[in-house]
Design a binder for this molecule. Structure first.
Ligand SMILES: C=C1C[C@]23C[C@@]1(O)CC[C@H]2[C@@]12CC[C@H](O)[C@@](C)(C(=O)O1)[C@H]2[C@@H]3C(=O)O
Ligand SMILES: O=C(O)CCC(=O)C(=O)O
Ligand SMILES: [Fe+2]
Length: 346
């Protein structure tokens, strides 16, 4: 019997290539978080693109750069060291294989839980990092704390823009229905660091003007994702007209991605955005993403006060646990919400 080693399997893993688009998108909505009208601008951006950039945030640039540097140090370790932090089921180090259903990309990554209430796999991974890469672990902890606060702030502003928050007699904002899910200590959030090395010459794609796919097209299942990357481009989003555009990188800002759960909470008023990453021929890309999800037992259902009179939910009733379970049975590019949509009455 022939036994194939992981290295041989990896070598023959067919990774798709794409003709790189020269369509650089200059229209990414940029929201200044200290603008008094930020809420209204965010609502418009969520409705039009499901994607936008936030500036004037409170996350220290020193922290962003520290985590970027520590992440590169982690990924530059020998393969055998990195493998000790794997496999990613669901938390840990992974290479080329994305998710459990056969998707592959020119990427290596680390996925960690970002919930205080962590399970045994997550605890083991955190202890492993603490022992082997204490500076990386410390940077992750500091960064996740900050970026979670940013996620809540953005969602609170969206709620303000949607008219979902009331001010009480003391002038304090009441907790909105969506930010409540992210603040909840049982919120099922995770954090991912992706590393896309430059595509090597032997993949014979350079001359053809094609690039290896780093992370195939998909929508994020959670409420919102907060993405940061180094200065290497590669991220593309799909516009409403179906065309793919490249997002110019910006190392000092954050990109926000509307996820499937926010689409359902707004009864489709916001759409989760399809996105993908192409690997670069010369530069490596590092991205760090916080995925803000609801508690597992929470029902994902349209917010009643957003519904017009007589408006019905486009979706069946389901919990985040049910959606997540179904998402992990799907391929990256599948339209995951399809199974949860109500079929129109005949
Ligand atoms: C193919 C898959 C990878 C993924 C789980 C899934 O079965 C479908 C959703 C994928 C995704 C996309 C956003 C995040 O990167 C992620 C961690 C998530 O929550 O859903 C990944 C999953 C993964 O890489 O395990
Ligand atoms: O690496 C990126 O820029 C995006 C990755 C992504 O979409 C994801 O991890 O879900
Ligand atoms: Fe994503």
């Amino acid at each position: 019997m022939v036994v194939l080693s992981q290295a041989v399997l990896d070598h023959f893993t067919p990774i798709k290539t794409y003709k790189s688009t020269t369509n650089v998108f200059t229209g990414v909505p940029t929201i200044n978080l200290s603008n008094p009208d930020a809420g209204a601008h965010l609502v418009r951006a969520c409705g039009e693109f499901g994607f936008f950039k936030v500036v004037n945030h409170a996350v220290p640039l020193e922290l962003i750069n520290r985590l970027l540097a520590q992440s590169l140090k982690f990924f530059h370790q020998p393969q055998s060291e990195k493998n000790q932090a794997g496999p990613p089921d669901p938390f840990g180090y992974g290479s080329k294989r994305i998710g459990p259903n056969g998707d592959v990309g020119w990427v290596e990554y680390l996925i960690l839980s970002a919930s205080p209430d962590t399970n045994a796999i997550s605890q083991r991974l955190l202890s492993f990092l603490q022992e082997n890469q204490p500076l990386f672990r410390a940077a992750v902890d500091d960064y996740v704390r900050e970026v979670k606060t940013l996620a809540v702030e953005v969602v609170e502003l969206i709620e303000k823009g949607l008219g979902l928050t009331m001010t009480d007699q003391e002038g304090r904002n009441n907790e909105g229905p969506t930010s409540r899910l992210l603040r909840n200590e049982k919120s099922d959030s995770c954090f991912r660091v992706n590393h896309y090395p430059p595509c090597p010459d032997h993949w014979e794609v350079a001359a053809s003007g094609r690039n290896l796919i780093g992370f195939g097209e998909h929508t994020d299942p959670q409420i919102i994702s907060v993405l940061q990357s180094n200065n290497t481009s590669g991220l593309e989003i799909c516009l409403k007209n179906g065309s793919w555009v490249t997002i110019p990188p910006d190392q000092s800002s954050f990109f926000i991605i509307v996820g499937d759960s926010l689409q359902v909470l707004t009864n489709g008023r916001f759409k989760s955005v399809k996105h993908r990453v192409l690997a670069d021929h010369t530069k490596s890309r590092v991205s760090m993403i916080f995925f803000g999800g609801p508690p597992l037992d929470e029902s994902i259902t349209p917010i009643p006060s957003l519904m017009e009179e007589g408006e019905e939910s486009h979706y069946k009733e389901f919990t985040w646990f049910e959606y997540k379970k179904s998402a992990y049975k799907s391929r990256l590019a599948d339209y995951r919400l399809g199974l949860f949509e109500k079929t129109p009455a005949q």
